[in-house]
Design a protein around this ligand. Structure first.
Ligand SMILES: Nc1ncnc2c1ncn2[C@@H]1O[C@H](COP(=O)(O)OP(=O)(O)OP(=O)(O)O)[C@@H](O)[C@H]1O
Ligand SMILES: [Mg+2]
Length: 184
């Protein structure tokens, strides 16, 4: 991926953002990333305004995932050149915890779901709701159900129905209940 011209942008209401209308929420300047002998990103520039929707489009190997990995701290600060500025502040993420703390959340191309765990456990993996070192399963399951309903799903969150490849393909599988969880 070589230049900002490869990134198309539209605002959420379908209108083109007016350039310079306001400071960009995310500004990517001169971003380059190399994996050994492979130059994945070359001097990339992109500005994203608040409320605007962008699509990064490119052929296989163009560098889309590399860009997302830099934005989300998977590739930490110092492993690439150029800069990523978020709300006017230079990002120097050392990992995904840092990027999540700044509100950057990535849905990765390769889903990292654990088929043995329930829907609720997968949803809160790494962000468990706990009190005094104990996971609050009632709250976990309740909040998972609320999140599912927000996107029109009426699945039982205490059931394992996910697969690592595709969540939708798992719907034909027999659901497995999780006996050790309260509320199962
Ligand atoms: N960990 C890695 N080690 C070495 N080379 C890598 C690594 N990750 C990506 N690459 C190379 O960097 C380039 C960009 O890869 P990237 O995965 O970012 O592209 P992509 O646009 O996401 O492709 P796709 O559409 O196939 O997902 C490719 O040439 C790829 O082979
Ligand atoms: Mg990719």
């Amino acid at each position: 991926m070589k230049a900002s011209s490869e990134a198309a942008s539209e605002s959420g209401d379908g209108q083109r953002p007016s350039p310079g209308a306001s400071a960009p929420t995310v500004a990517i300047r001169g971003l380059s990333k190399r994996y050994g002998g492979v130059q994945a990103l070359v001097d990339m520039h992109l500005e994203v305004g608040r409320g605007h929707v962008h699509a990064v489009v490119g052929e296989n190997g163009a560098g889309k995932s590399t860009l997302m990995k830099i934005l989300s701290g998977v590739h930490p600060y110092g492993t690439y050149s150029g800069e990523v500025v978020f709300d006017g502040e230079l990002c120097s993420f050392s990992g995904i915890r840092d990027s999540e703390a700044r509100g950057v959340v990535i849905i990765h191309q390769e889903l990292a779901l654990v088929p043995q765990l329930s829907i609720a456990e997968n949803l809160f993996l790494g962000n468990e709701i706990a009190q005094r070192g104990m996971i609050d399963w009632n709250r976990t399951n309740h909040e998972a159900e609320q999140h599912l309903r927000r996107v029109g799903l009426r699945e039982n969150p205490t059931i394992a129905r996910v697969s690592s490849g595709s969540a939708s393909s798992s719907s034909s599988r027999s659901p497995r209940h999780c006996p050790r969880r309260s509320g199962c």
